[in-house]
Design a protein around this ligand. Sequence first.
Ligand SMILES: C[S@@+](CC[C@H](N)C(=O)[O-])C[C@H]1O[C@@H](n2cnc3c(N)ncnc32)[C@H](O)[C@@H]1O
Length: 522
Amino acid sequence: MADKQAESTFGVNKLILGDNLDVLKTLPDACVDLVYLDPPFFSNRNYEVIWGDSGEIRSFQDRWSGGIDHYIAWLKERVEQMHRVLKSKGSLYLHCDWHANTYIRVQILDKIFGEKNFRNEIIWSYKRYTAASKKFQNLHDTIFYYSKGDNYRFNEAREDYGQNSGKMDSHYKQDEDGRWFRWQKRKDQEPYKIYLSEGRRVGDVWEMSIINASSNERIGYPTQKPEALLERIIKASSNDGDIVLDPFMGGGTTIAVADKLNRRWLGIDQSPMAVKVTDFRLQKQADFFAAPYTVQLHKYDYDTLRYKDAFEFEGWIIAQFGGTANIKQRGDLGLDGKMGDNTPIQVKRSDNIGRGVIDNFLSAVQRYDKNLFQKNKKARAPAGYIIAFSFSKGAVGEAARLKNEENIIIKLVKVDEIVEVAVKPVISVNIKELERDAKGIRTIEFTARGESGAGVEFYSWDFEHDKERGFKASVIMDKEGRQVIPLKAGTHNIAVKVVDNDGLENIEAVRLRLNGKVKREE
Ligand SMILES: C[S@@+](CC[C@H](N)C(=O)[O-])C[C@H]1O[C@@H](n2cnc3c(N)ncnc32)[C@H](O)[C@@H]1O
């Protein structure tokens, strides 16, 4: 029951930009069912340098310069938070490798979860090319699996016997339907039948391919993990509708798989690139969506805010302001949410809010809760809040008059006082035909150029763009902004997005007619 209550106090299906320590601290106790974390390994000499962002390079150097002790302390306080937010039936999987796994198990996991809650040391074994060296090749990662307590959720996983399923020895017999089985006896139990077709229970050594250069799943995010790995973990330790948390989300593998498997989820990463890559990955698989999701960045641009779905915007800005949105779409009084002490909030997703809005809001606030209204008035506290992009002179004047003459405070709050509003990047695209083959297939080069004060992070391309359907990336992460693709004669709708270092984006869509010539229509 306590678990259920905790769940309702925070939003799920959210991608959050930020240091996971800060974000985790905002979550209630016992609110998630499963945590998978794949933190930067202690090894990663040039780990965050990948992101090119100077702030992150600095944090990398500061963080690890203290050696393993520093690393363990850094990770430990985060894992403590993860343990706190796990429900009593929940589990945690920590992905690491030989560089730090010994320290992580003994100094972090055994300490926080207790040795008795250690479930498995999973070996993820893979094949890859490693440079020659005077030792055996390093060809596995370690995933530590701990549960919060004894009564944890575990859905048994089975796998085929594979090609050698014929390993039927003399113990196997055929039943009356011709199915192969053998008798199994457990201590103090009657023998029971084990059918060959049911496969065997999955062990703790998992052989799965890594994401290599030619993999279909590959999105170009370094350290991207395979979906099959996350699928096994999520299926084993959560059920439909459960909440999966990945606090080191990266390219969003956990989130994408959780979404496909109809789980609810929460993803955190301190890199805007990770947040946006995951966002585009989710958009691409939109057919699987169980529910809409929100993306929480540090900065926003006006256009994105203005064109957000009105209801979604209300809920989002109220949460940013520290309040709770009303569940009913619109109450009789037109109030959209309230603060912790019940003081009402109204949201207007427009500019230049007029005086009439204040008059209506005031009468709604008075009718909503007379006692609260009087109490706030006496305490000279706000009777209510109106959130909008901007307010007219008339509205500002009326709020001032109410305060001065009637002792009623209607607080007018502009969106940019709640969230930081920045300028989104601009983008243009150049198109050039490179060649045409005998069958009339053309090779077309697209070059995108983005500009942003914050710096361009990456580009994303949709080669079959359909405005109605929304942007579905064919290529999610392109650092260069250059794509060369073969196209047949006909009309093609192509869109490219630029994403900057704040996670702000812009899109350019072109309609290309390829008949005699290459003709760009918009
Ligand atoms: C190894 S990657 C995760 C890869 C991911 N499992 C995937 O399949 O793509 C680690 C991620 O942790 C993020 N990260 C590092 N420190 C963080 C912190 N303090 N808070 C949030 N994210 C962090 C990095 O930006 C990086 O994206």
